[in-house]
Structure formats: structure tokens, C-alpha cells
Design a protein around this ligand. Structure first.
Ligand SMILES: N[C@H](CCC[C@H](N)C(=O)O)C(=O)O
Length: 293
């Protein structure tokens, strides 16, 4: 399979509430799936790479499918994830702009089809998440010698949710890492959300993200998981505004067992990346073509 006939590869940089992604149109690149994890682990590091929380490839959907396109999503550490709420909003916007579909589109992820609505101004996107799974309340877990009540739900990817009086004072990386790796969530691990209920329609949230292995400015599926758990506990209504650690707002609406996530999806950059500088060994075809440039 010939892919990328150049030493550089065009890409888009996007962010959804500060959760940022490199997005590549794989219709021309045709990078095989087995190479994608290494590309993510080389492109996502800040400073030595382009810098992003995740890497997204957009591709044509199989002939005859109801999907407008399909994606491949990888975390910064190269792990493949079933879904990404903020990434899905960015992918929907770019997918529309690249001609995969109209402002109302549906695309394929490992978690299932995602229906998206892109605003006329293109910068607000609403997605319908996959049906929540495995909701479990009040697991009392021992974390570094302290007992923490932990709730769980899968909103496309696994999320632990903990409720606090003052999330600003928490050591999110220390606590997040301990819960992300807690045996209770083995073997897949989990993302970890720390929430503070302000009132029936407002939550403050911070998230430690699996696969980024750090706190991110926002986590879309984590916001959905947190709103779902708080609603299940009777602490918030079905319409919730969450203020993320990047000080942006994500809106979650819960309609029976369907969860919608809405927020900004911003295109910040369009450029070319130098593969050799990223430590990505171009395939034979790439090297030969690059030589021709
Ligand atoms: N790190 C997550 C995937 C990305 C989720 C997050 N960025 C979102 O917006 O939902 C995981 O490995 O489960």
C-alpha cells in the first residue's frame, strides 16, 4: 500500500474546550492502521512533537454504509480509545468542512456511530454519545490510605467520578493516577473525574485522562459521565452546564438514556509536519517519493 508520497504530511490542529487534537485526512495519506499508534506517540508529545492530547484520522466509510465517514482515535501515549467526546466534536466539524457530509452527520467510532450537529457558524458542535454502560454508584475504594466513594459509568470510554467540596484544592495528578491504575478498574483502567456541584444546573470539573496520563483542560465523555452520575444521585437536573479546568463551558443534556454533549470546536492551525524530525520512519514508498521532492 503506497502512502504519503512526501516527507511532510498535512494536518489540522483543533481544540474542543482546550482538549486538543491533531487531525489528519487519511483519504490521501492512506496510512495503514498498524502504523497509527506509533504516529500518535511521536506526534502528540509537546515540544518534541506537534503537541496534542490525541491524534485523529478521518477516512471514507465503507461503501453503502449509513456513515458519512469513519475515524481512528489515539491518545497521546499511542493507545487507541473507543471514543472521545471533544475529539468527536472536532472531527464532526472538520469532516463537514472537508466534504464528508452536511452539518448533520454520523460517523463511525469503535464505541459505535456518533450523530453530530454542526452549527451554522461551524464553531459549536453537539454530539449524541453512545448509550451509557455499566453505571455503578458508591464503590468505597482505598486510595493511598484514604477511603474514597467512587462512581463509574462508560460513556464511550470508562469514567470514574468522585464528588468533592473544593476541586481546586485537589492534587488531581496524584489522586487521578492512583484511581486510573486502581485494581478495581483493571485491566482497562479508567479516566478519573473530580466534580464540585455548584447548584442543580452547574458543576465544576477537573479530569485526569487515561492515555494522556495527566490532567487535561476538558474531557467530553468525562463531562457526560459526571453529569449522568450527579443526575442519577439527584444532585443536578437533566440540563447541566459544566465549567472545565480550561474555564470553558460544556453543556450536557440527558434525555431518558440518551446523552448529548455540546460545546465549542475550534480549528486553530493547518500545517505540514516533518516526519523524520518527529522520528517517524517513512515507509519505503514515502522515502522514495520524498527523495523525488
Ligand atoms: N483518554 C480517553 C479518550 C479521550 C476522552 C476525552 N478526551 C474526551 O473528550 O472524551 C480514554 O482513553 O478513555
Amino acid at each position: 500500500m503506497t502512502y504519503c508520497p512526501s516527507a511532510t504530511v498535512p494536518f489540522y490542529k483543533m481544540q474542543g474546550s482546550g482538549n486538543d487534537f491533531v487531525v489528519i485526512d487519511n483519504r490521501t495519506l492512506k496510512l495503514p492502521r498498524e502504523a497509527m499508534s506509533e504516529w500518535a506517540s511521536k506526534i502528540c508529545p509537546r515540544a518534541f512533537g506537534v503537541g496534542a492530547d490525541g491524534l485523529i484520522f478521518l477516512e471514507n466509510a465503507p461503501e453503502g454504509s449509513e456513515l458519512d465517514f469513519v475515524w481512528h482515535f489515539y491518545n497521546a501515549d499511542g493507545s487507541r480509545a473507543e471514543m472521545c467526546g471533544n475529539g468527536s466534536r472536532c472531527a464532526a466539524r472538520l469532516g463537514h468542512e472537508l466534504g464528508f457530509g452536511s452539518r448533520t452527520l454520523v460517523f463511525g467510532t469503535d464505541a459505535g456511530p456518533i450523530h453530530a450537529e454542526v452549527s451554522e457558524s461551524l464553531d459549536i458542535v453537539k454530539v449524541e454519545l453512545t448509550p451509557p454502560l455499566d453505571l455503578a454508584l458508591n464503590a468505597e475504594l482505598d486510595v493511598d490510605g484514604q477511603k474514597i466513594s467512587v462512581h463509574f459509568v462508560n460513556t464511550g470510554v470508562p469514567h470514574a467520578v468522585t464528588i468533592w467540596d473544593d476541586v481546586a484544592s485537589l492534587d488531581v495528578v496524584k489522586l487521578g493516577r492512583a484511581l486510573r491504575n486502581h485494581p478495581h478498574f483493571a485491566p482497562a483502567g479508567t479516566n478519573v473525574n473530580f466534580i464540585e456541584i455548584k447548584d442543580k444546573n452547574h458543576i465544576l470539573i477537573r479530569t485526569y485522562e487515561r492515555g494522556v496520563e495527566g490532567e487535561t483542560y476538558a474531557c467530553g465523555t468525562g463531562n457526560a459521565a459526571s453529569a449522568l452520575i450527579a443526575h442519577e444521585l439527584g444532585l443536578v437536573d437533566a440540563e447541566v452546564e459544566l465549567t472545565t479546568s480550561g474555564n470553558e463551558i460544556l453543556n450536557i443534556s440527558i434525555e431518558k438514556d440518551t446523552v448529548f454533549l455540546q460545546g465549542k470546536a475550534i480549528k486553530t492551525y493547518k500545517g505540514e509536519m516533518y516526519l523524520e524530525a518527529l522520528g517517524i520512519t517513512p515507509g519505503e514508498e514515502m522515502r522514495q517519493c520524498a527523495h523525488e521532492l
